[in-house]
Design a binder for this molecule. Structure first.
Ligand code: FES
Length: 196
């Protein structure tokens, strides 16, 4: 009875050790495999396209991805945000409301500065001296329709990245090249998908 107890205990111990060694072995194999198919940070820095699944983005939510060493924001804009983009043009507070300067691909030269109105893809770097502006999904005392505020020297941008008049930043925020691989997947840094 007691022998059985000892033997069973020893057997259980050995099974545990074997399982643990096996798990370490599997983990050791799995890591290089995962690394082999994920784009490395170095590749992203060098400009490898970056895919973003926008299906889980809630209205008003933003995700940030790195591309060419810079943050790129992907934001799902709400109906209110889109209406604000129409109204702000009439208010005359923007320096380049029609995106005349070359800060975006041709397919983003529209009032939303995007391929699809609801999805904004924008480089999160201030065009003054390179700080990263803060995102305000809701109106603030400074930004009547929400937008981006750069605390370094006070530049303001609307929710399409268009710069306000009279601030240090000289141009709109940059819209990087991008396209849609499918209904739900945006690819930053590649125009091989759909741009219409
Ligand atoms: S870096 Fe943004 S306002 Fe100067």
């Amino acid at each position: 009875m007691s022998n059985d107890g000892v033997n069973n205990g020893r057997r259980t111990f050995l099974i545990g050790v074997t399982a643990a060694v096996g798990a370490v072995g599997v983990a050791g194999l799995a890591v290089p495999f995962v690394r082999s198919w994920q784009p490395s940070a170095r590749a992203e820095h060098a400009g490898a396209p970056v895919e973003v699944d926008v299906s889980k983005l809630e209205p008003g939510q933003r995700v940030t991805r790195g591309w060419r060493g810079r943050p790129v924001w992907v934001i799902r804009r709400t109906e209110d945000m889109l209406e604000g983009l129409e109204r702000i043009v009439d208010e005359g507070v923007l320096a380049d409301p029609d995106s005349e300067q070359e800060q975006q691909p041709e397919y983003a030269r529209n009032n939303y500065r995007s391929i699809r109105p609801e999805i904004l893809v924008l480089t999160g770097v201030c065009t003054h001296l390179g700080c990263s502006p803060a995102y305000n999904a809701e109106p603030t005392p400074r930004l009547d329709h929400g937008g981006f505020y750069c605390a370094c020297h006070g530049s303001m941008f609307d929710l399409a990245g268009r710069v306000y008049r009279g601030v240090p930043a000289p141009t709109n925020l940059v819209v990087p090249e991008h396209s849609y691989l499918s209904e739900d997947v945006v690819i930053i840094g590649s125009e091989e998908g759909d741009t219409a």
